[in-house]
Unconditional design. Structure first.
Length: 503
């Protein structure tokens, strides 16, 4: 069986998805979870995009010990310089450089001839090779490139030092048959291609991202580029968990395997979705709430008799936990830490102390604390919510029937109490306006969601806000049994991220 390398680009292509930008600490949390998941390569960002991107890639490169860390770079010297600077401290660094090869990109974007592109590939792969031995070359929009020219571009990259060649379906245009044929053509017509990894990078514009990726595997690709939950530009990327489980469940078809620890799939998806402020759809393959649910009487009867009648994998295979009661208000820190380990959640000693404090506080508000409750407070602590410039001290809501709603907010800033009151269309609107007055900034509320984490009248509520400021979007999250408090915490969390970057 062939090993298929998993190249995860959640931190680069995934973060380019609208509304999915991540804070520095959130990127670190995702990177550490990807390492735990067992990806072979993580693309930590695009170093030339900003100083912030470069800094986060550098920190990830220092922390990650068990997989390759890559930075994307256009086929220009300044980008490659930045990429090297970002990944040079990694245990296993990679520069990933690219240039478009399709006629439409050459004519309208690059304004270059085919010969000029070939010369650029030669020069920039050579330039990258002066820095590192591990160089990946991508032919952007490869799926819309005439095959003879694509083969020439790939052969040039290999000749001058590329160790991985990537064949992207950049706009999600191709079909599985076409992607299979492209990979097959290259394996039969490019000198030296048997000495390098062939990679696929497929977008999901027509909903064929996973199917196209698996077709590339069948044709001979040895690396697949993908993201957790399929996040990414436009309709997204090929979905990591679906590719991995497809290969695992059907070895008879693919004759291949990956080194992904599939029991970490659920934790990875939950952490990511907590950070970007999104919910996993109930019907999402592999990890959705309904993926292992059976409502039809016929299905229920079959599963009770033998699970394999209607389940091709078990929840345990991908780390989906049972939502049973695990702890109570009298539980100690050691029991709490033990249950976290059972759930597959690793925290630093400092994170455990903070999470345990949140757990004890929740126990005072709820009669029963479920696994999902604990999962939610831990992921929010690990993935984002933390002490910042402003922290909530107190809030009060006064409602005058048929007249107005009035919210009073007290925030702590460097141990100094700041108070403001405002009217609004409701308690949450009034609270948000009061916070805006306190920080003296015009912030646009682009999106506001609130939902219960668990069932019951004392369910933990999770609030997510998307705040717009100076053409950027910042995600804030909050959890509480009080939905107004959860909403205020989420707004403050978003404000703190906004201020950290803009002040």
């Amino acid at each position: 069986m062939r090993k298929i390398k998993i190249f995860d680009t959640t931190l680069r292509d995934g973060e380019q998805s609208p509304g999915c930008s991540m804070h520095f600490d959130e990127k670190i949390a995702i990177a550490l979870q990807l390492e735990k998941l067992g990806v072979d390569i993580m693309e930590a960002g695009f170093a030339a995009a900003s100083q912030g991107d470069l800094n986060s890639i550098k920190e990830i490169s220092r922390k990650i010990k068990n997989c390759t860390v890559a930075s994307l770079a256009r086929a220009v010297k300044s980008d490659i310089d930045a990429a090297y600077e970002a990944v040079k401290d990694a245990v296993s660094p990679r520069i990933h450089t690219f240039i478009a090869t399709s006629p439409i990109h050459l004519e309208y974007k690059l304004k270059m001839t085919e010969d000029e592109v070939i010369e650029r590939i030669k020069d920039m792969v050579t330039y990258s090779k002066n820095y590192l031995s591990d160089i990946e070359f991508s032919a952007e929009d490869a799926s819309r490139t005439p095959l003879p020219f694509l083969a020439k571009a790939i052969e040039t990259a290999i000749k001058y030092g590329a160790t991985t060649v990537n064949i992207p379906d950049t706009v999600g245009y191709s079909t599985p048959t076409e992607m299979f044929n492209i990979i097959k053509y290259l394996t039969e017509n490019v000198k030296g291609i048997d000495k390098v990894d062939i990679s696929s990078h497929v977008h999901d514009d027509l909903g064929l991202g996973v199917a196209n990726s698996l077709a590339c595997v069948l044709a001979g690709a040895s690396q697949v580029e993908c993201t957790i939950s399929g996040i990414g530009e436009r309709a997204g990327n090929a979905c990591l968990e679906e590719i991995v489980m497809g290969i695992k469940i059907r070895p008879d078809i693919y004759n291949a395997y990956t080194d992904i620890k599939t029991t970490e799939i659920y934790n990875s998806a939950k952490l990511l979705n907590s950070i970007i402020g999104s919910r996993i759809p109930a019907n999402k393959a592999i990890i959705g709430a309904n993926a292992f649910a059976h409502e039809s009487g016929i299905h229920q009867h079959g599963v009770l008799a033998n699970k394999s009648t209607y389940e091709i994998m078990s929840p345990e295979d991908v780390g989906v936990p049972e939502n049973k009661i695990v702890l109570g208000k009298h539980s100690g820190k050691h029991a709490f830490e033990s249950h976290l380990k059972e759930m597959g959640i690793d925290l630093t000693p400092d994170e455990i102390v903070k999470a345990f404090a949140s757990f004890k506080s929740l126990c005072d508000k709820k009669k029963y604390v479920s696994r999902k409750d604990i999962e939610s407070i831990v992921l929010h602590k690990k993935g984002g919510i933390k002490s910042g410039i402003y922290n909530l001290k107190h809030y009060e809501v006064i409602r005058i029937k048929n007249k107005y709603v009035y919210s009073s907010i007290t925030l702590l800033k460097e141990n100094k109490e700041l108070e403001c009151s405002s009217e609004g269309d409701g308690p949450v609107d009034a609270a948000f306006k009061a916070i805006n007055s306190l920080i003296n900034k015009q912030i646009e509320l682009n999106n506001f969601q609130i939902h219960s984490v668990t069932e019951g009248e004392d369910a933990l509520g999770e609030a997510i806000v998307k705040l717009g400021y100076e053409k950027n979007v910042y995600t804030g999250k909050g959890v509480s049994t009080d939905i107004i408090e959860a909403s205020i915490i989420a707004y403050i969390d978003g404000v703190n991220k906004l201020l950290e970057i803009n002040d």
